[in-house]
Every structure is written in structure tokens, then in C-alpha cells.
Design a protein. Structure first.
Length: 536
């Protein structure tokens, strides 16, 4: 147990470190060389191409001297400064460096088109620390001893970084907690209070979730019988070739007894749809419909007599010759394997059927919850409790005494028991689309709401309810949900820690995501990364 706690604590520490590095990735001068070359060269296959993408046709390559490699090197050193293994986080470091390189190229173009020129004084201020002595003061001696090529490299990199900053400062402002920014635009003293206030109103709920991951057997059989033709099983074998011409030639050979069908299976067939003996692996009619696109061809195959060969049939993958090996079989809905097949079909192709079934159940649930009077239970006798009757003197005394074992269940609670669903008391939380860290997120207790953060309609349904009002059923993820609002509170907005820094990160991260979607960008990062990681 102690070892597990150490792992958890270690994971949390690493997470905090990575979060700090993420802020640095956004705000630090990642294009100014700080020594060293491409830090991950040893783990890459040198014989593989190093182009990770393009911007307006300009290649973004990972090799020494490029902005991409410099950014990766600097970011790696930032990870190292936080005690993180750079090889473990190589993909994250390289991906961040790649995205920053794209952004830098985009920002350079935008600033250049505006006519802005980087002031020499700003460049001097940025590179000045490079010539500090051990006491932290400018050293003319160190400056004079630095070769001109290094000075030129520093100035060029500083200009790029200042162009980058010019764009981000003008667009987003500079309230990011950094002391190196020169400009103070688009900053509002009331912004933090406004954002904090957005999460002040919170609603709590009771929740009942009907899982759509399965369906009762009787309902599955009901669907199967209503659509029995889909589950007719055909006794077929097949030979499949990639070439239509070759398949037609093989059919003539089989018809002329130059080769047996069995030998054709063994020697020629691609076996896309069959086992090693050529027997069709997916024999149900609905599966044949997926294999054979043309309805006319499908009818030819399902109409074959015992022992008869089909013409060459165009299938989803290649060209097939089918042989009928016996009569087809109607679905046996007393067989569990058939029921499982029907359920799998519904789950993959008719999910709405399951959702509609549980929506109807949920509506019955709501009706019962609305008409059932509250009841008092003594839960000391078991998890479900024993219902107490106020007319019974002994029960009346228990009710009057109260205590933690005396619980009043309303209609919603009792409906949960009747329908076999677990009631979940959901603590109060605000509307938080996208799970912003500036507000409380969806409580983890309510696993059925795990996909709520990206579902605006579900948020609207839940937060439109008045206190003690029950929703209509709605589909969320793999559940049909019913909620009852149990409370609405408005809290005083708390101050958001490090708000300016976090807001700056979100702004620039959003800008980066938008730029990566530009038609001027081709992003083949992951393809190139895995290609370079692989050996010959």
C-alpha cells in the first residue's frame, strides 16, 4: 500500500512539473539557442525522412540548426530542469516544438505584413543576459570575447522571439505573469471576477441511468423475429481473388474440372471472407449484404441451388466465386448464439432501437416517480430498508425519534428501486462546457455524466430544471438519463489562483490549434515521428 501511495504521489509531482513546463512552452523564448544540438538524434533512425510538416510549402525538418530542432532542444532542457526524463517525454517535447515552430512562422508572416520592424534596443535587452558575468552584471569583456557568428545568431533568434511576442501581445495582451513582456494591451481588471462568477451558480441532482450497453433477451428476440430475414444463415463457400480477370479465368478452370473448388481455395483464395477451408465466416444475410454491394449479385448468391457455383461476384474486397453447400437455415431464436448475434447486430447497427427501448422505460420511471408518495424506511434492517407505517404505533415512534437509520424516500428513490437502477446523488456543480479548470467540473461520483462536458443539449436539459423538477429522458453517452434537480445555490465567486498565467496559456493554446487547422499547414507529425522511431 505504501508503495502504491509513493507511485500516486510521484505521478502527481510529475503532473505538476509537466504543467509548469507547459506554461514555459507558451511563454519562454524557445527559439534562442542555449547550447547543444538536436537532443533526440540518437533515438531516431537517420535513414528515415525528417520532414514533420510544411507551412506554405516550407518544410519543417528535424535537424541541427533548424528552428524546430532548437525549440526541441530548449524545451528538453526545461523538462530536465524540472527533473523529468526527456526520453520518456520525447513525443510531447517534439510535438510542442513542432507546433511552436508552425506558430512562429505564422506570426512572422502576420507581423511582416503589418510593416513592423523589431527595434534594435529591444534586441539588445533580450540578448543582454547572455553577456552577464558571475555577479549578474553586464560584462564588456565577455561581449568582446564572443565571436561575431554567435552574436549574429543570438540577434537573429532574439528578433524572431520579439516578432512572436509582438503578435501575441497585440492579439492576447501580456497579462501572463511574465516580467519579460513589454506591452500591456487587452487586459481588464474585471476579467478574473467575471470568469469566477460564471461558475457561481450550481445545481445538484438525483440521477437515474439506464445503460444502453445491452438489451434484455426477450427484447432482443422480439427484434430478431420482427427482422428474421436478416438472420437467415446461408451455407456457402467462397474463393476470392484480387483481380477480376484472374477470378474469371479460375472459374473456367473449376467449371472445366481443371482444378477442384477445394484446391482453388487452398492455392488461390485470398480468404477475406472465409476460413482456411473456404467456408464463409459471416453467413448471415445482413453480413452478406455488407460483403456483396450490388443487390442483384446478392440475390444471385442467396438463390444458388445446392452444389451450384455463382458467376464472379464483385465483393467489398476483391472478386469472389461462391458455392452453395446446402440449404439455408432460418434463425433459431431459442439458441443463445443466435440471440447473441442479434444483440451484436442491434448494438452496432441499430443503437437507436436500444435507446428507444430504454427511453420508453425511463418515461414509465418518471410517471411512477411522479405518482408515488414519499415513504419512510428503517434502513438499519438492511440496505433496502423496511417500510414504516405511521399508523403502526411502533413505527410511529421510530419515525418520531428520527436518526440516521430513518430515511424518507420520495417517488424518484422508490422508482429507482422498482426499475433496478442505482440512484446517484450528484453534488452541486455549475455549467462547465469543456471542463474548464476555472470552474468546478462534473462530479466524479456521477460516472454516467462523464461525457456531459461536451454536450450542450444535455447541459441545457439539466440546468433548465427548477428545484424538485424532473427532466424528460435524454441520451448521454451509453446511457438514457433521468435527473431531478434537488437544489440551486449561488456561491460567492472565489479568486482564481494564477488566473492571468492560465488565461494566457488558454489563449495561445487555442490560437495554436486554430493555426494547425489552416489550409497553409500540412501536419504529418505523428506519421514522421513513428516512421523515424522505427528501424529499417
Amino acid at each position: 500500500m505504501a508503495e502504491e501511495e509513493k507511485k500516486v504521489k510521484s505521478g502527481r509531482k510529475d503532473g505538476a512539473k509537466i504543467g509548469a513546463v507547459i506554461i514555459l512552452v507558451i511563454s519562454a523564448a524557445v527559439f534562442i539557442p542555449v547550447g547543444g544540438s538536436a537532443v533526440f538524434e540518437s533515438i531516431f533512425n537517420k535513414n528515415k525522412p525528417s520532414v514533420f510538416g510544411t507551412y506554405k510549402g516550407r518544410k519543417i525538418e528535424y535537424k541541427a540548426g533548424t528552428e524546430f530542432a532548437t525549440a526541441a532542444s530548449n524545451l528538453a532542457r526545461q523538462y530536465e530542469a524540472y527533473g523529468l526524463d526527456t526520453n520518456q517525454y520525447a513525443s510531447s517535447i517534439l510535438n510542442s516544438a513542432f507546433e511552436n515552430t508552425i506558430k512562429n512562422m505564422f506570426y512572422e508572416d502576420a507581423v511582416k505584413s503589418s510593416g513592423y520592424a523589431v527595434p534594435k534596443e529591444a534586441v539588445n535587452r533580450m540578448i543582454l543576459p547572455y553577456f552577464y558575468d558571475e555577479s549578474g552584471k553586464y560584462s564588456p569583456k565577455r561581449y568582446n570575447e564572443t565571436d561575431e557568428s554567435t552574436k549574429t545568431e543570438l540577434r537573429t533568434a532574439a528578433e524572431k522571439e520579439l516578432v512572436y511576442s509582438r503578435y501575441t501581445d497585440d492579439l492576447f495582451g501580456n497579462d501572463d505573469g511574465s516580467s519579460s513582456r513589454l506591452y500591456g494591451v487587452k487586459s481588464s481588471s474585471k476579467e478574473q471576477a467575471f470568469v469566477a462568477q460564471m461558475g457561481a451558480e450550481k445545481h445538484s441532482f438525483k440521477l437515474a441511468a439506464f445503460s444502453t450497453s445491452t438489451l434484455p433477451s426477450e427484447e432482443t428476440v422480439k427484434y430478431g423475429k420482427a427482422n428474421s430475414d436478416l438472420f437467415q444463415s446461408y451455407n456457402l463457400s467462397a474463393v476470392t481473388l484480387s483481380s477480376e480477370e484472374d477470378a474469371k479465368a479460375l472459374l473456367k478452370q473449376i467449371q472445366n474440372n481443371e482444378i477442384t473448388f477445394e484446391d482453388a481455395v487452398a492455392e488461390k483464395s485470398e480468404k477475406f471472407y472465409t476460413d482456411s477451408l473456404g467456408k464463409l465466416s459471416s453467413p448471415y444475410f445482413y453480413q452478406l449484404k455488407l460483403t456483396i454491394p450490388a443487390e442483384e449479385d446478392l440475390n444471385k448468391v442467396t438463390g444458388l441451388a445446392n452444389g451450384q457455383l455463382s458467376d464472379v461476384i464483385t465483393t467489398e474486397r476483391g472478386f469472389s466465386i461462391f458455392r452453395c453447400d446446402g440449404a439455408s437455415s432460418a434463425a433459431n431464436f431459442n439458441d443463445q448464439a443466435t440471440i447473441d448475434t442479434v444483440l451484436a447486430y442491434i448494438q452496432t447497427r441499430e443503437v437507436s432501437y436500444i435507446e428507444n427501448y430504454y427511453t420508453a422505460k425511463a418515461k414509465d420511471f418518471i410517471s411512477d416517480a411522479a405518482t408515488t408518495s414519499p415513504a419512510t424506511y428503517d434502513t438499519s434492517v438492511g440496505e433496502s430498508g423496511q417500510k414504516l407505517d405511521p399508523a403502526n404505533p411502533a413505527d410511529a415512534r421510530k419515525i418520531a425519534a428520527g436518526g440516521e437509520n430513518i430515511v424518507v424516500y420520495d417517488g424518484f428513490d422508490q422508482a429507482c428501486t422498482k426499475y433496478g437502477v442505482t440512484k446517484v446523488d450528484v453534488p452541486a456543480f455549475p455549467v462547465n462546457y469543456g471542463n474548464s479548470q476555472f470552474m468546478d467540473t462534473v462530479p466524479s461520483e456521477a460516472s454516467a455524466l462523464s461525457s456531459l462536458s461536451r454536450n450542450a443539449d444535455a447541459f441545457k436539459t439539466m440546468f433548465s430544471l427548477k428545484e424538485n423538477q424532473t427532466s424528460e429522458p435524454f441520451v448521454l453517452g451509453s446511457n438514457v438519463i433521468v435527473v431531478k434537480c434537488t437544489g440551486i445555490t449561488t456561491e460567492d465567486a472565489a479568486e482564481i489562483e494564477n488566473y492571468a498565467t492560465q488565461a494566457g496559456y488558454y489563449d495561445q493554446d487555442s490560437a495554436g490549434n486554430a493555426i494547425l487547422k489552416s489550409p497553409d499547414v500540412t501536419n504529418s507529425f505523428w506519421t514522421a515521428y513513428y516512421d523515424m522511431m522505427m528501424g529499417d
